[in-house]
Design a protein around this ligand. Structure first.
Ligand SMILES: [Zn+2]
Length: 233
């Protein structure tokens, strides 16, 4: 299978579903990671243009640890909108990645960029199959199942499916740790340990399915999108 995860910011995928991507890669599937915005607002000192460059390098390093292809869309952090051109860019993303399964933010997450990206992924993964919607790449044939990943800290999110990531939790942490502009800054200045944050959430989700560490997901239940067998690892 071809697997595509789409996050709003560099590090969202790492916090919320990188363990599952590592499991997919381990099982021999092709994994792609798309980052919608450039993360340029994620620091109080480093200027946005410089931070965007840093974060792109960090995202690439993380993707490399998973053997994933990185799609860097470069929309402005905190100012991505569901307009015509953005929708068309997401349709082209779907046609480039040609996913058999898609993972993205759940529609109720805490950050507006997450919500916008969730909506864009929902609509573009369908529209990629429509031939007369013209982008650079040809239309796709698969209307892929869509999985919503956990919300940050699990707030207002009830998983319906779980993935055991106990065997890859250290590699997941290594991916997240590539985002030094965030992990270091948040620890030094806000006393937030993002690595511990991630582990705690996955430990808690693990309690629900009796494994040490798990990631939780909820599948979009919609006509044409429902698989008849389990698609997650
Ligand atoms: Zn985010």
């Amino acid at each position: 299978m071809r697997v595509l995860a789409v996050g709003a910011h560099p590090d969202d995928i790492e916090i919320l579903c990188a363990g599952t991507l590592l499991r997919y890669a381990q099982d021999g599937h092709d994994v792609s990671m798309a980052v919608a915005t450039n993360g340029e607002q994620g620091h109080a000192i480093i200027e946005p243009p410089e931070l965007a460059e840093i974060r792109k390098v960090e995202a690439q390093a993380s993707a490399d640890l998973c053997g994933a292809e990185l799609f860097w869309l470069g929309f402005p952090d905190e100012f991505i909108y569901h307009d015509h051109d953005t929708r068309m860019r997401f349709i082209e993303l779907m046609r480039q990645a040609r996913p058999d399964v898609v993972i993205t933010h759940n529609p109720q997450d805490y950050h507006m960029d997450h919500r916008i990206v969730s909506e864009l992924v929902f609509v573009s993964s369908f529209l990629a199959t429509v031939p007369h919607v013209i982008t650079a790449s040809p239309s796709t044939t698969v209307n892929p199942p869509l999985y919503y990943m956990d919300s940050l800290a699990g707030a207002n999110f009830v998983p319906t499916e779980y993935v055991d990531i106990s065997g890859v939790i250290d590699r997941k942490e290594a991916m997240l740790n590539c985002h030094q502009s965030q992990t270091k800054w948040l620890k030094d200045h806000d006393n937030i340990d993002v690595l511990e944050f991630m582990r705690s959430q996955n430990r808690f989700r693990g309690l629900s399915c009796s494994v040490p560490y798990a990631e939780g997901f909820a599948r979009l239940d919609a006509w044409g999108r429902n698989p008849v067998t389990r698609v997650l690892p």
